[in-house]
Design a protein around this ligand. Structure first.
Ligand SMILES: Nc1ncnc2c1ncn2[C@@H]1O[C@H](COP(=O)(O)OP(=O)(O)O)[C@@H](O)[C@H]1O
Ligand SMILES: [Mg+2]
Length: 249
């Protein structure tokens, strides 16, 4: 069942990696509504991945409050991750990984069905639908480790869609994809947003954005330096200008 309220409500959040002297995210506040398409930009090390992992309940929040799909992230990481899809930056499978594409996509259902239950019709249908959305039905029986980086990225996106997420977090999902795959995935993401899914994407590929206004967040040094709505054509310039602003300051 879809939860009520905004997708994400973060107030005064600090996130620290274990053993680190200082927090990586400092005093981040952010509200993101259902069905928003958010592009996160900013230089390497700015805290983009850290923000996604904070939202997904994977990192300790030392101060502040974070509600995701109505759940307090602190203490409810599992509840949050059941509702959130997360495509990791630069993830690839070992060539010897002993799972087929279909099995990897089915893993997306574990949060819903429980690890030790056998998949039911609903689970198989969700996997089929996800493979079809990514147009990778023909890869279903192939060992995941034998596929190209771009194909593996598509499989992981399918795994996340099979979870039926309310929020989709994508960390540089276009890095291994060719132009055609990027266009296809963009059309798919736009459709998901229209269906009410919240899409938050860290990306430097600005030529592939939905043909409608998007919300741009620019991160710098663990803070949100800029937060505004703009047309797809403006996104690259807005992110560039935000960077120049601090460098000259
Ligand atoms: N596992 C980690 N342990 C300690 N510090 C980390 C870890 N991962 C990232 N950091 C630090 O947090 C900061 C932000 O990193 P990250 O969120 O990965 O940046 P971005 O995704 O914007 O490139 C960097 O200074 C980085 O060194
Ligand atoms: Mg990153």
């Amino acid at each position: 069942m879809t939860s009520v309220g905004p997708a994400i409500e973060i107030q005064g959040v600090y996130t620290a990696y274990e053993g680190a002297e200082r927090p990586t995210l400092t005093d981040v506040s952010l509200t993101i509504g259902r069905g928003e398409y958010v592009v996160i930009g900013g230089p390497n090390g700015a805290g983009k991945t850290t923000l996604l992992e904070t939202i997904n309940g994977m990192l300790p929040i030392t101060h502040g409050n974070a509600l995701v799909c109505g759940h307090n992230v602190r203490g409810n990481g599992v509840q949050v991750r059941c509702r959130v899809g997360y495509l990791l930056q630069n993830f690839s499978f070992d060539p010897l990984t002993p799972f087929t594409v279909e099995e990897v996509v089915m893993m997306g259902r574990f949060g819903k069905m429980g690890l030790f239950r056998k998949p039911g019709k609903e689970d198989h249908d969700a996997v089929k639908k996800a493979l079809a959305l990514l147009e990778i039905e023909d890869l279903a029986d192939r060992p995941i480790g034998h596929l190209s980086g771009g194909q593996q990225q598509k499989v992981l996106l399918a795994q996340n869609l099979a979870r039926d997420p309310e929020i989709l977090l994508l960390d540089e999902p276009f890095s291994n994809l060719d132009m055609f795959a990027r266009e296809a995935i963009n059309r798919l993401l736009t459709r998901l947003v229209i269906d009410g899914i919240t899409v938050i994407i860290v990306s430097h590929a600005f030529d592939d954005l939905p043909d409608r206004p998007v919300r741009v967040l620019v991160m710098q040094e663990g803070k949100i330096a800029l937060d505004r709505e703009c047309s797809p054509g403006e996104v690259e310039q807005v992110i560039r200008n935000a960077g120049n602003g601090t460098r000259n300051a």
